[in-house]
Design a protein around this ligand. Sequence first.
Ligand SMILES: Nc1nc2c(ncn2[C@@H]2O[C@H](COP(=O)(O)OP(=O)(O)O)[C@@H](O)[C@H]2O)c(=O)[nH]1
Ligand SMILES: [Mg+2]
Length: 217
Amino acid sequence: MSDVPAPEATAFPRPWIFIRGVPAMKFLPPEGPPEIAFAGRSNVGKSSLINALVGQKALARTSNTPGRTQELNYFVPDGYSGDAGDLPPVALVDMPGYGYAQAPKDLVDNWTKLVFDYLRGRVTLKRVYLLIDARHGIKTIDGEVMDLLDKAAVSYQLVLTKTDKIKPPAVTKLLAETLEKIRKRPAAFPAVIATSSEKGAGLDDLRAAIMTAAADK
Ligand SMILES: Nc1nc2c(ncn2[C@@H]2O[C@H](COP(=O)(O)OP(=O)(O)O)[C@@H](O)[C@H]2O)c(=O)[nH]1
Ligand SMILES: [Mg+2]
């Protein structure tokens, strides 16, 4: 058997629908399709990136629209019953942001716990995309999340967001620095994708990477 997935397995599906918001681990849907999660600090651009990837402006709620933000939000391509034998090829999971300093402490603890529990314990989680704001680079809390993913042996890949906000040479420099920082991390995919949800940069690469990760047995 070849390791290369069939082309139909890696074509990016559309349209997508919202399945449910999960405020706590006990509300997770039964393990079914391969899940791809988007994690990162509050405001890093997780929801915007999901919308840009699927080409639907308001699938995931961005920070300007209240609601859903403290939950794990599940999205799947439309047209699958979800029964065994008719599972979607992939589910995208928009995660609550971590590191939001202004929130009350018990709320922060709650989000952090949900995010960490999910990342550590979800069997069908195939890959985590860990988003890093191109203006800020890797922060301490991102390092803590990477520690956890390395320890739990959950495959993750770093994605730079909002690259339209810095100059192209700065993107090149940040890519090199970021690659160097993940070089010795065992569960980190050894490539970083630079994106802009606003301008569309890097989206084709990311779509291809997602579908390949989802199709990986
Ligand atoms: N310039 C620019 N702004 C972005 C980009 N992605 C997200 N934003 C903005 O950053 C803010 C936070 O985005 P959001 O997707 O809600 O972040 P989340 O909290 O990680 O889900 C919003 O005001 C977005 O419009 C991008 O690629 N370029
Ligand atoms: Mg969001």
